[in-house]
Design a protein around this ligand. Structure first.
Ligand SMILES: [Zn+2]
Length: 458
């Protein structure tokens, strides 16, 4: 039997994998990820999964990005959902924030609150448990699923090893590894090859049949990749010379937020610079990362954080009178996360005004820490770029026209060509390689992988 089927694997985002097993004479299936196509993908409409003809016993989510979880509400209500415990809470925070967002319609708000209720339902959602530093395998009829954490721009992201029963096979099972989205250049990425050797292969005692692997970076060969610590160093140098820094960065990119927060702490040693954020939702996420990721490493502890909109007066024994938060920001500098949207422009303008009125001696700057592709109307080959975000591009152009410097400083959440080759060689799948999350599946053959592996690319 064919054990692996990848839907929409030929685009970045919205890939769905279904794995089949033969259990007591019956076909059983599980699904990995059910997300939306990203804006700009070639498939105009998402495909419809045939839930009735090909029912699945469970859906496993690799991580909380919308292109992996976005269609969760379309999954039939009797199907259990498996995910990481922190990923679950991050998703609840997002849906609850949207559920109370006055900028969207009442109908949309209700949908988000419904999704939050599904995510909170313990009968429906099951989270991975860690015992003795590794995830406990999940057993369901026909399958054993072993989750392993991977490094990605989402925290609490997983790859899965799936043992699917198949009486026709030599050892009675077909083994697939699904990488999810991953990279080697974050703070935890260097461990992946060890995890493969020790846990996946059990020191050469277990072989893998199929590998489903992401290839986002295949279409971005020109992209320069910094490690997170390198980016932190760059940010530190930049913040040393720029006291009033705004930052555009995703609220769920825990590693990059940590890099910028650490940079802000190193900049004004020994006291550290405050990180302000644009909403209570954002504060809630930072507190969650501090409690969870921060439990394992100091790097993820966000302590000097506050809301940009706080009206609270601040007092210190050395000050003669209390300061408003704005006065505090003018005196001590800041790192402040905003969105590149017009309704956040006033934050920048306040400090431009303070500069013009001579209260501060530097103009504010903006660090842009998201994919550069969103700001490019055309691809490098001259074709129109469907992922181009004109509103953002206009926003930054407008700020530059006012004399505000925009500094791009970002690192990818995805594996480089070298890392992809390393992982493919290390997993050494005996039967098939399924590229997914990529527009350039053909180019997997150009990677530095063993010749016999090239023949297994589907
Ligand atoms: Zn992702």
């Amino acid at each position: 039997m064919e054990h692996v089927k990848v839907f929409q694997g030929n685009q970045i985002g919205g890939c769905v994998t279904v794995i089949s097993a033969m259990h007591e004479g019956k076909v059983r299936r599980i699904m990995i990820d059910y997300g939306s196509s990203l804006p700009g993908s070639d498939n105009e409409k998402d495909f419809e999964y045939p839930w009735a003809e090909m029912p699945v016993d469970a859906v496993f989510f690799t991580h909380y990005h919308g292109d992996h979880v976005g269609r969760i509400m379309e999954i039939p209500p009797e199907v259990p959902l498996y995910m990481g415990p922190v990923a679950r809470q991050v998703m609840i925070n997002i849906q609850e924030a949207l559920g109370h967002n006055r900028n969207i319609s009442k109908e949309e708000r209700e949908l988000h609150l419904k999704e939050a209720a599904v995510l909170k339902d313990d009968a429906r959602v099951r989270t991975f448990r860690i015992e003795e530093k590794r995830c406990v395998p999940v057993k369901i009829p026909g399958f054993t699923i072993e989750p392993y954490t991977v490094d990605h721009s989402a925290y609490d992201a997983y790859m899965f090893l799936i043992e699917a029963e198949d009486p026709d096979r030599e050892f009675g099972k077909y083994i697939t590894v699904h990488t999810g989205d991953f990279r080697g250049h974050g703070r935890r990425g260097h461990r992946m090859i060890d995890v493969i050797n020790v846990y996946i292969h059990r020191f050469n005692k277990r072989k893998v049949d199929a590998l489903v692997i992401e290839g986002t970076m295949m279409s971005r060969p020109e992209e320069k990749v910094l490690t997170e610590p390198q980016m932190q160093l760059e940010a530190t140098k930049y913040l040393m010379n720029h006291k009033y820094a705004f930052l555009v960065c995703s609220s769920t990119n825990v590693d990059s937020l940590a890099s910028f927060y650490r940079a802000a702490q190193n900049t004004d040693f020994p006291c550290g610079r405050y990180m302000f954020v644009y909403s209570n939702y954002f504060l809630k996420q930072l507190k969650l990362y501090t409690k969870t990721a921060g439990h394992y490493s100091e790097v993820y502890k966000f302590k000097k954080i506050a809301s940009l909109d706080s009206k609270q007066e601040l007092m210190h024994e050395k000050w003669e009178k209390p300061k408003s938060q704005k006065e505090f920001m003018e005196d001590y500098g800041f790192l402040a996360v905003i969105k590149p949207e017009d309704y956040h422009e006033h934050y920048i303008d306040e400090f431009l005004k303070a500069y013009e009125e001579g209260r501060i001696d530097q103009k504010p700057v903006i660090i842009y820490s998201m994919w550069e592709g969103y700001l490019k109307p055309k691809k490098d080959n001259g074709e129109p770029n469907k992922a181009y975000n004109k509103a953002w591009d206009d926003f930054f152009k407008k700020q530059k026209a006012k004399g505000v410097e925009v500094k791009p400083l970002h690192t990818s959440g995805h594996a480089t060509h070298e890392m992809l080759a390393k992982v493919i060689n290390a997993i050494d799948p005996q039967d098939a390689i399924y590229p997914m999350h990529t527009e350039k599946a053909d180019e997997f053959k150009m990677l530095g992988i063993k010749e016999e592996l090239k023949k297994r690319i589907r």
